[in-house]
Design a protein around this ligand. Structure first.
Ligand SMILES: C[S@@+](CC[C@H](N)C(=O)[O-])C[C@H]1O[C@@H](n2cnc3c(N)ncnc32)[C@H](O)[C@@H]1O
Length: 315
C-alpha cells in the first residue's frame, strides 16, 4: 500500500476546543500509522471520554463534533464500520446490516482500514451485541429443555438479520421451535429469509411495524433485542403491554436495552452518531410496572459486559 498522505486538516478544526484538537491530533497520527494497535485503544478511549465530557459540559456542541467526525471519516475511513454507522444506510446507525456486521466481525480488507474495524469490534458495545446473541440462545435452550410442551412458539420482535435464529436452529435441529419474526425493514426480512432458508418451515416472517401489528398468536417466549433502546418511554410501555398480551401463561417476555453503563457510549455517539436510549435496571423495572407487569414477575439480567440489560417478565 502506498504511504498515506494526509491532506489539510478539516476546516471544522479552526473553531475547536482542546479535547477536539487532542482527538484530532491522535486520529491524524493513528491514520498516518495505518490505524490503531490494541495498545493504543486506551489512548483513543481516553481522548473520546474527554471530548464526551466537553460535550456534556456544553463546551462544544454535539453538532460540531459530528461535523468533524463526518469530515475525517469521509476523508480517511470510508468503508469502515465507523463510516457505516455514520452513513445510516437504512435511516439509523444500528440497522440490520450493521448488527450482522457486528455478529460476523466484518472488517475492511484494506489493512489500513482493517485496524479501525478491529478497534470498533473490540469496543464494549459490539461485544455486548455478540453476547446478547448468546443470551438469546441460552433462553431458547432453557425454554426447550426437558422436552415439555412442543413446539415452543417464539415471537422475535424486530428480528433484523435473524442470524441468532439461524445459528441456534442449525445447532439444535432436534428441538421443536417455531419462530415468528417481525421486522419493519424489507431488506432485513429478505436477508433473514435467506439466512433461515435451510429451515424455512420453522420460521414465518412478517414485514410489519411492531407498534402497529403483532401476529395474533400466543407465545412461550417473546424476545426483542436492539429495538427498545430506540423507543421513547411512552412507546416502550405501549409495546411492552402488547408483547405481554401475546405471551402465554407460564411464558415470558424478554426485552433487551442498553444500560447506562456503556463504556463505548462516547465512541458511538461522537464518531458514529449512534444514539440510544440507555436505561438503568431501576428504570426498566418502573417501565414494566407502568406496562402492567406484576412486581414479582419482573427481573432484570445482563450479559457478561453488563452493557446490555434484559428485562424479563414472567406471565
Ligand atoms: C438493531 S437491529 C436488531 C436486530 C435483531 N433483533 C438482533 O438483535 O440481531 C433493529 C431492527 O429493528 C427493526 N425495527 C426498527 N423499528 C421497528 C418497528 N417499529 N417495527 C419492526 N421492526 C423495527 C429494524 O428494521 C432492524 O432490523
Amino acid at each position: 500500500m502506498p504511504p498515506l498522505v494526509l491532506q489539510d486538516r478539516p476546516p471544522v478544526r479552526k473553531n475547536d476546543v482542546a479535547p477536539l484538537i487532542h482527538l484530532d491530533d491522535l486520529l491524524q497520527e493513528l491514520i498516518a500509522a495505518g490505524g490503531p494497535m490494541p495498545g493504543e485503544y486506551g489512548m483513543m478511549n481516553r481522548a473520546l471520554r474527554l471530548l464526551g465530557d466537553a460535550v456534556r459540559a456544553r463546551v462544544i456542541s454535539r453538532d460540531e463534533v459530528l461535523a468533524y467526525a463526518q469530515d475525517i471519516t469521509h476523508r480517511h475511513l470510508e468503508g469502515t464500520m465507523q463510516s457505516r454507522a455514520l452513513g445510516k444506510k437504512f435511516g439509523y446507525s444500528g440497522d440490520f446490516e450493521m448488527i450482522d456486521a457486528i455478529y460476523t466481525l466484518r472488517s475492511a480488507p484494506e489493512p489500513h482500514l482493517r485496524r479501525w474495524d478491529l478497534y470498533f469490534h473490540a469496543q464494549a458495545a459490539p461485544v455486548a451485541v455478540r453476547n446478547r446473541k448468546a443470551y438469546f440462545h441460552q433462553l431458547l435452550n432453557a425454554h426447550t429443555e426437558g422436552g415439555g410442551k412442543a413446539p415452543v412458539q417464539v415471537l422475535n420482535v424486530a428480528s433484523g438479520p435473524a442470524r441468532d435464529v439461524r445459528e441456534w436452529v442449525l445447532e439444535n435441529p432436534g428441538r421443536e421451535v417455531f419462530f415468528d419474526c417481525v421486522d419493519a425493514e424489507i431488506h432485513a426480512i429478505e436477508c433473514a429469509r435467506k439466512l433461515c432458508a435451510p429451515f424455512a418451515e420453522r420460521v414465518e416472517f412478517y414485514h410489519r411495524n411492531v407498534l402497529r401489528f403483532l401476529p395474533a398468536k400466543g407465545y412461550e417466549l417473546v424476545w426483542s433485542a436492539g429495538l427498545f433502546d430506540y423507543l421513547t418511554d411512552r412507546s416502550f410501555v405501549y409495546l411492552l403491554k402488547a408483547l405481554m398480551a401475546v405471551t402465554r401463561r407460564g411464558g415470558e417476555v424478554v426485552v433487551g436495552n442498553f444500560s447506562d453503563f456503556n463504556p463505548s457510549r462516547d465512541y458511538m455517539e461522537l464518531l458514529g452518531d449512534w444514539v440510544l436510549q440507555h436505561r438503568t435496571r431501576d428504570r426498566l423495572r418502573e417501565l414494566a410496572l407502568e406496562a402492567g407487569a406484576a412486581p414479582d414477575s419482573i427481573n432484570v439480567e445482563w450479559e457478561p459486559e453488563g452493557v446490555n440489560l434484559f428485562l424479563h417478565i414472567r406471565r
